[in-house]
Design a protein around this ligand. Structure first.
Ligand SMILES: Cc1cc2nc3c(=O)[nH]c(=O)nc-3n(C[C@H](O)[C@H](O)[C@H](O)COP(=O)(O)O)c2cc1C
Length: 343
């Protein structure tokens, strides 16, 4: 079940990848402001919700298919993405202060492989700006789940990272529905990827501690790299089983695959590795924990396979950029059909 690109998408495809994305997001904002714009977004993109609704880590999702981190990093288009019918939006990576990211061009296409080379370096308008966006939930954003992906501030010292993750967590706590702790924040100049049990626990234990004192419960997930060794994946699964961690998001872009290109590979080159990792984690944790499947979800079939492999939710990024929002409706239909077949 392949997908044909719309005329608009073909036009975007002719532009450099980051220019195309910014154009899409500006246009989305423009349409959202028109009197019937939000209705129009719904009519064009939103799938029927029948058979899609589900409860994952105690949160109600109208649709298991959402937008992954880096697509709307500052939460500037939450209303429009909600109107378009996505089940959730993972904003971020959120960092405590604004940072520009890597100088452009920092996002390139491998056209022949339907993939991107991402070297964007987590550009962000910073915590204050993002807080403004999540504080003003309206009737449109009421029924979309918002996740907050926490990332590493490139300019800061590694020793300060634990404090900074906690700072973002505390500030965002009452405004979002779940958290994703990103443990693979790599830029061309700096790597932040705690892989040992101790390093990961050092980062997440303060978050558990803060949560213990709160009235409302916010699930915490770890987002992992596809480049982890088998042993490192096992370490993450052990942490999942032995601590109050709620789930895992697998996977981020691959630096290993992108070595010769100077960035992280996202898109179709990642599909098989992402599905294989989700299947492994689901089996080893006996399907007891929610997994967000991410990586190379380009076609409806990819999303269907990801869910069959054990993902409870699927986060789209490169697939939306390169194939357009029609992927949402088509993938939703594929998921419903596949679940109906299993019944
Ligand atoms: C331009 C771009 C920016 C991204 N920024 C972030 C980010 O800030 N934080 C994060 O956790 N992942 C980020 N990602 C990774 C995606 O969320 C996703 O995990 C990865 O791209 C694999 O999925 P995909 O193949 O569907 O794109 C970014 C990806 C791209 C292409």
């Amino acid at each position: 079940m392949g997908m044909r690109r719309s005329l608009f998408q073909i036009l975007l495809w002719l532009l450099p990848a980051e220019v195309a994305h910014n154009l899409r997001m500006s246009l989305l904002g423009f349409v959202g402001k028109l009197p019937t714009g939000k209705w129009w977004l719904k009519v064009c993109h939103a799938p029927a919700t029948e058979g899609l609704e589900r409860e994952v880590f105690g949160v109600h999702f109208r649709n298991p298919i959402g937008v992954g981190a880096g697509f709307d990093p500052n939460g500037d288009r939450l209303t429009e993405l909600a109107s378009s019918g996505f089940g959730f939006v993972e904003i971020g990576s959120v960092v405590p202060r604004p940072q520009p990211g890597t100088p452009r061009p920092r996002l390139r296409r491998i056209r022949t492989a339907d993939s991107l080379i991402d070297n964007s370096g987590y550009p962000s308008r910073g915590l204050e700006h993002i807080l403004q966006n999540v504080r003003k939930r309206n009737k449109h954003t009421q029924n979309i789940v918002i996740g907050c992906n926490i990332g590493h501030l490139t300019a800061s010292h590694i020793e300060d990272t634990v404090k900074e993750y906690l700072r973002v967590f505390r500030n965002m706590y009452q405004y979002v529905d779940f958290f994703v702790v990103n443990i693979c924040c790599n830029t061309s100049s700096k790597r932040f990827e705690p892989r040992s049990r101790d390093a990961i626990l050092e980062l997440i234990e303060p978050l558990f501690e803060f949560r213990r004192g709160q009235l409302d419960y916010r699930p915490i997930l770890l987002k992992i790299s596809p480049d982890l060794t088998q042993e490192e994946v096992d370490t993450v699964i052990d942490i999942l089983i032995e601590t109050p961690l709620d789930g895992i998001e697998a996977v981020a872009g691959s630096l290993k695959m992108g070595q010769e290109y100077g960035g992280a590979i996202t898109g179709a080159m990642l599909t098989e590795r992402a599905i294989e990792m989700v299947r492994y984690i689901a089996e080893r944790s006996e399907h007891n924990y929610p997994i967000i499947g991410s990586g190379g979800m380009m076609q409806p079939k990819d999303v269907e396979r990801m869910m069959e492999a054990g993902a409870s939710l699927v986060a789209l990024n490169t697939g939306l950029r390169e194939n357009g929002f029609r992927l949402l409706k088509k993938a939703s239909r594929a998921v419903v059909e596949s679940e109906n077949r299993e019944k």
